[in-house]
Design a binder for this molecule. Structure first.
Ligand code: F6P
Length: 403
């Protein structure tokens, strides 16, 4: 491809992370001076359609009027993408479900002037899907519906798309991506795809533009050095939450992820209240290490009453697993899953915030920053400072900041 132009075609059922990946990919390419534009069928439909197109009936493959209108919009975007590459553009990303083979054949025949590269986003994690749907129905097009009706309608829409969904098969250049885990399930490249190396690396890289990783404010248990439990914030802890809220007021924080524990939610609430549009999403994956039989004890009580626990943990803190509880080693998978969930659910924002706990935040930091295992349980996680983390393909930053 001597002229350096490329069509990228997104493929996948609704709520599989296509638009997030397309948006990030575009930002990433633009940073390298590659002129990139997204042609999104949903956006164009909302702009052009005179009628309400949010009801699920519009997506019924038997609804002739709906099919015709969606086809018209797809063709219009194909025309615009072609025009863009004909003129100044380098990469045109066609962002839509593009789930049927028929649609993709049409695209292949109409966009014959440059190579096409298909990215299929796959994610069948039911829990994530439910959570994504809850985020989707906050879009203006569902405003007129009550929550349950909006969920039902969106699920119905997915069902209609599923009935015509064919996974990539005969296309020449494809990647099937597990869009929750950022891993490639299948890849087949038969042409010279310009920028492929960087796109491939980008697809498997966890990207956070700005992550503010905060530990909850001081709790009653903290005062007594007690571990675990579900204690609330002290007056000092509440003041810390207030100071955080003031500190972050000028930044846009659309989502705050917390654990399911009171202390993280109580820290998040004042921050949320100071923001214009912000939601708190509590995730079990961010719950503090379960210290099993030692829950609610103080370190001193453990040392005196269970010296064996105290000593064995001291010897190998990373691998020690509390009886009937967890250890750092066994928490890793769930915390990593929590990070993936948080990144997936937050789409592509400038800032994301996680309010967690001491052990959990150590694991989250080690997700982005390589630390030797034996050092992870000793990473410094204070309550009067937070970590600012940037992790992109071209930049890694870890900064401990006072608020
Ligand atoms: O003290 C607070 C706490 O979050 C406990 O709930 C938890 O068991 C502990 O910190 C984890 O830190 P460490 O692994 O250093 O004991």
């Amino acid at each position: 491809m001597e002229d350096g132009k490329l069509y990228i075609v997104m493929v996948g059922l609704p709520a599989r992370g296509k638009s997030t990946i397309a948006a990030r990919l575009k930002e990433n390419l633009i940073k390298d001076g590659i002129r990139t534009r997204i042609f999104n069928n949903g956006d164009l439909r909302r702009k052009l359609a005179r009628k309400d197109t949010s009801s699920h009936g519009f997506y019924d493959p038997e609804n002739k009027e709906g099919v015709a209108l969606r086809e018209k919009i797809a063709l219009e975007n194909i025309r615009r993408a072609k025009n863009y590459l004909y003129n100044v553009g380098h990469v045109a990303i066609l962002d839509a479900t593009n789930v049927s083979s028929k649609r993709r054949e049409k695209m292949t025949s109409l966009l014959g002037d440059h190579p096409l590269f298909f990215i299929e986003c796959i994610n069948n994690d039911q829990e994530i899907l439910e959570a994504s749907i809850l985020r989707k129905i906050t879009l203006p097009e569902f405003k007129h519906l009550k929550k349950d009706a909006a969920i039902k309608s969106f699920k119905h829409r997915i069902k209609y798309y599923s009935s015509i969904y064919r996974s990539l098969e005969n296309e020449r250049n494809i990647v099937k991506l597990d869009s929750l885990n950022n891993s490639i399930i299948e890849e087949e490249i038969t042409e010279d795809i310009l920028y492929y190396d960087r796109i491939r690396d980008f697809l498997v890289t966890d990207t956070v533009k700005n992550l503010f990783l905060i530990r909850h404010g001081e709790t009653f248990f903290n005062l007594e050095n007690r571990i675990g439990g579900d204690s609330g914030l002290t007056e000092n802890g509440k003041a810390q939450a207030g100071a955080l809220a003031a500190y972050f007021r000028e930044k846009k924080i659309p989502v705050i992820f917390t654990s399911k524990k009171k202390r993280t939610i109580e820290t998040a609430e004042p921050i949320m209240r100071m923001q214009k549009d912000c939601v708190i999403i509590p995730l079990e994956e961010f719950n503090e290490i379960d210290s099993g039989v030692c829950e609610c004890m103080s370190y001193e009580e453990i040392r005196q009453r269970m010296p064996y626990v105290y000593l064995t943990r001291k010897e190998d803190k990373y691998n020690y697993i509390y009886l009937e509880g967890e250890g750092y080693v066994s928490m890793k998978e769930r915390v990593d899953n929590g990070v993936k969930k948080a990144l997936y659910l937050s789409s592509n924002p400038q800032n994301i915030m996680i309010i967690g706990h001491r052990a959990v935040n150590r694991m989250i930091l080690s997700h982005f920053l390589y630390r030797r295992k034996e050092d992870v349980p000793y990473i410094y996680i204070p309550q009067d400072k937070f970590y600012h983390v940037v992790a992109t393909q071209s930049k890694k930053l870890f900064q401990l900041k006072k608020y």
